[in-house]
Each structure stands twice: as structure tokens, then as C-alpha cells.
Design a protein around this ligand. Sequence first.
Ligand code: AKG
Ligand code: FE2
Length: 357
Amino acid sequence: MYGVEASGAETERTAFRRAEKRYKLYKSQPPRSRKQPVVNRTDLSDVIDFLTVLESFERDGGTPEGIYRFECPGFALPIFCLKDRPGFYFIPCALTIEEQCYWIRQSLISFPQPHNRTNHTAIYGPISDLLTAVQNKKILVEAENSNVSMVDNNMLAPRYIFSETSLDAHVEGHGSCKSVAASVLLRKLRWSTLGLQFDWSKRNYDVSLPHNEIPKDLCLLAKKMAVPAMSSGEEFQPEAAIVNYFGPSDMLGGHLDDMEADWSKPIVSISLGCKAIFLLGGKSREDMPVSMFLRSGDIILMAAQARECFHGVPRIFIDDEHAENSDLLSQFSGEDDHYFMDYIKSSRININIRQVN
Ligand SMILES: O=C(O)CCC(=O)C(=O)O
Ligand SMILES: [Fe+2]
């Protein structure tokens, strides 16, 4: 996960950092105990719950202090804004359960496919069909002639290929030959980049890298959802997306997304899987962030002044009481679906779509 962290003691002192520490997951192992680690109980009373806001709005048309309903003619879903964070829009329950399942499948099957890069690309080169390899219990092994070679315009040739698990013994037998199970690679998947490729080391878009267009259906969804944050007559142009995959104890440190040319345009951010806490700070890390729950199917937009606000995800919930993903899990009941079910019961996926130029 990325984050532009201030260093050392300074981090402890900022209001943003203090809020992160307040919500992050702490586990403690009682001394000499073989029991499961104990998870801290976090005080969640200050966390805005837009599902409750939506439900009470639908009952009586009212909203809590500091929150108002944003009127957007022709937009079918209720949208809520925060009075003191202009440019921030929350669309609770924006996706149906079927749509959530569809985007979870896409995130695990097609989004990590080359030319899209993932956190594994720099280490192993392009990896195709990761989920199929998980289903077939394959392992990734170093290809023969695995000298790094550049083919077609900067695209790395595969240096590692999937092999049958039955070859395990053989692979292990060659001490110097590295191997890793496809299931481990899936568990360690942290990001994939769609459309224009984001270069994490330079924190900028590398337009020289080969890339696929953003999938048409994702493009259409982003255009439709971006409408509340667009000036009238303008259409959002999705050019890049970052897909973040959160495991049980992952967090996303406070940061700004400032590499896009026009900050008046929104970032469209889709949440899938386990519930999380999102922190929306101000222009300085010293500003006290507001905290809110993000559930599967929620969409937020950050545009204009909200683009200048530090934000992050200090916590995802995987316990039954807080994850709130049982409806979603019950959807994955097909024969081969247990891979999705196992994955999403303890993970969160965020797809955020950007106009770069
Ligand atoms: O995971 C989220 O909800 C936020 C993601 C985000 O801020 C980012 O990728 O820049
Ligand atoms: Fe961000």
C-alpha cells in the first residue's frame, strides 16, 4: 500500500496520524497463550455511517448536522455531501449486489492481466491468468532462458511461468530455482493499474508503457457516477484506474492524489468486499480528519477542493460483527466460486478511476 508518510516523530504529532492510530487494527497475544490473538475494541461512535444517513433520509427526508443531500437532476441515487468538505460526494449503496459480484470477479480475473501491471510485475515479469492458476493449484517457476528481455515496446517477456504442482518436488529439488504458489501470489496481490500505467516509484503516469484502454463497462460506470461532480455539459473521461487489494491487516496511509492535471475532475472510488474506515482530512495533516464507513457497493467522488484533502484507509473489518459482507458471500455459491468467497470474506477491493489529462 502506498502513502506519503511524514517521517519519524513528526508523524505521531499530526491530527491525521493520531486518527489513523485510533482506528488501526491492533492484535495482542496474551502471554504464554495458544489462543487466537485478541483484537482491540475500537470506539466507532464518531464514525459517520452513511447507510444510517440514507435510511433516515428515506424515512423522513432529514440529514444529521453537517451533512446535506446533494440534488443532482436525473441522477437516480441519493447523494450526500459534508458541509465542511466541498467537492466530496458519498453515494451509499450505489451498486447492486450483482454488480458488486461482477466487479469483484473482474478485479480478480481480468484487472491483473498484462498489459496491466501489478505489484508482482517488477519481481516476476508479466503474469497471465493468475486466478485460473490458483484454481488449478499451479505454482509459478522461473522460466528457462529467464534472462530479462524486452519485447514489444517495453513489455517484459515472461520470466516466470505457471507449472503443475506435481512438479513441486522437481522444482524444490533445484535449490536455486525459485517458485511460489499461485494462491500465495493472489493473497499478496496489492494493486493493479488499468489504462495509463501509474509508476509507483516516480508517483507519476508513465505514458511510454504499453497499456490497455480502461474496460468499456468500467468507463461507462465511472462516467455515470461522476456526473454529480462534473460541471454541466462536461463528461468525465476515464483514462486510468488503480485497483487496491486490502488483506486483513492492510491499511492505506494518508496521502493526496496529485498527479492528475485537472483537479476539478473527480476521482471515482468504488468499494467492494469487507467494510472499511475512510479518513478524509483537510489540506494539512494537522487538520482533524472526519471518519466514515465504506461498505461494499458504496461510491465516493473527490473533486475540486476535496482533491487537496489528505485521505486514507486505516482499517478494514474482517470479523463477522463488522465486515457486513454476508449478503455478498451468499452470492458466490457456484461450483468454482469458493475462490472468490474465500478471498472476499477477508479482503476489500477499491477501484478508483481517474481522468489524467
Ligand atoms: O481504498 C480507498 O477507499 C481509497 C483509495 C485511494 O485513496 C487511492 O487509491 O488513492
Ligand atoms: Fe487516494
